[in-house]
Design a protein around this ligand. Sequence first.
Ligand SMILES: C[S@@+](CC[C@H](N)C(=O)[O-])C[C@H]1O[C@@H](n2cnc3c(N)ncnc32)[C@H](O)[C@@H]1O
Length: 229
Amino acid sequence: MTTTTRVDPHASSIASGIRPFDHPVRGRFNAWFFSALDRHINRLTAPLKQTAFAGLATGTIVELGPGVGANLGYLPSGSELIAVEPNARMHEALARRSAREGVTVRIIAEYAERMPLPDASVDDVICSLVLCTVTDPDAVLREVRRVLRPGGRFRFVEHVAAPAGSTRARVQRALHVPWGWVFEGCDPHRDTGAAIEAAGFRHTEIFERMLQRSVFYPVNTVICGVATR
Ligand SMILES: C[S@@+](CC[C@H](N)C(=O)[O-])C[C@H]1O[C@@H](n2cnc3c(N)ncnc32)[C@H](O)[C@@H]1O
């Protein structure tokens, strides 16, 4: 079953400093891109997702920026997903796929910087390849801590800044502007691991890896992990 909350998040996003997702061409391109490459990206990131999402219990799980549902296969059967996804062009595919996977989904067309969810109300928040793109990662991490119950877990898989001085780091900086334009704000050189470590979780475990056999050279440095509130 799917329910969708449509509140037009874009209307007030500029005033609150959040970059809106309402570009007709790039929004559609990204929805197509992540559908078309879903299998490939999921194959590349499978070991990281298995680490980050291990131990997810059946229950209500919030996912930040689920896109077209790359992580549905990791949810225990019988789970309910609250999908915080501002790009409305992703919603139809996400709803269709959730139905196929037997996941009940509530799609919220909002930004993770301001989730319309009560304090301390969920056990798990998950995301993959999202903190690279959000306008304000620190605000998102504050929201994640706010909605998690004490002991609740934030599980993440993210591409991050390559080590300082490396060729990849130079490429990431050089591509920053066109890459962000095509991928709706994605920053290939963001130090997301440091942001998570500084976000005030009680316990944080982060593992860094290189993606193997990936064609996405600028974003091959990845982290996965679990932060406990
Ligand atoms: C690179 S895609 C990743 C999609 C999916 N998580 C995956 O692993 O394939 C980034 C996703 O984050 C979403 N997104 C961007 N900014 C966001 C924000 N502020 N809050 C929530 N989601 C956001 C985009 O709409 C998109 O679905």
